[in-house]
Design a protein around this ligand. Structure first.
Ligand code: CA2
Length: 148
């Protein structure tokens, strides 16, 4: 089982800037935590992509349909959540591959422009407001769903 974990723009700054909103955990810490979860599940392999570029995220999602298939996707599209028809379309194009959207903060309790997600309707579920733990819950939910 292979799961792709995608993080969008500026999430490379996690734990380094704005800790009052996004906490003190770094993206490297999140990756370690997810690797521990994967290790609990024999045969579960993770691939990580953090990109500040919408097209790079679309390219990786498109590659799922050709030379780089995966069984599930955990995605935090970051600011592209609220703007990217392209990422939403790319997720929809992989409709056989379940995706779970993660937001570290509760986007519904923040500015109104963050209340709409263009990408969440293309996912099987969404977790928001649980901090970086949300990535772990998303991964566990995805593994369970794929195993069923
Ligand atoms: O809560 C989330 O996970 C967000 O996807 C984070 C995005 C924001 O645009 C979304 O509305 C909600 C922002 C990611 C920026 O990450 C930073 C991390 C540390 C310091 C600065 C930015």
């Amino acid at each position: 089982m292979k799961i792709l974990v995608i993080n969008g723009p500026n999430l490379g700054l996690l734990g380094v800037r704005e800790p009052e909103i996004y906490g003190k955990v770094t993206l490297a810490d999140v990756i370690c935590q997810l690797q521990l979860v994967a290790a609990e599940n024999p045969g579960c392999e993770l691939e990580f992509l953090q990109s500040n570029h919408e097209g790079a995220i679309v390219d990786r999602l498109n590659a799922i349909l050709t030379d780089a298939p995966v069984d599930g996707i955990v995605i935090n599209p970051a600011a592209y959540t609220h703007t990217s028809v392209a990422i939403a379309d790319a997720l929809r194009a992989c409709d056989k591959v379940p995706a779970i959207e993660v937001h570290i903060s509760n986007i519904n309790s923040r500015e109104s422009f963050r209340h709409e997600s263009l990408t969440a309707p293309a996912c099987v579920g969404m977790i928001a407001g649980l901090g970086t733990d949300g990535y772990e819950w998303a991964l566990r939910a995805l593994i369970r769903r794929i195993q069923k």
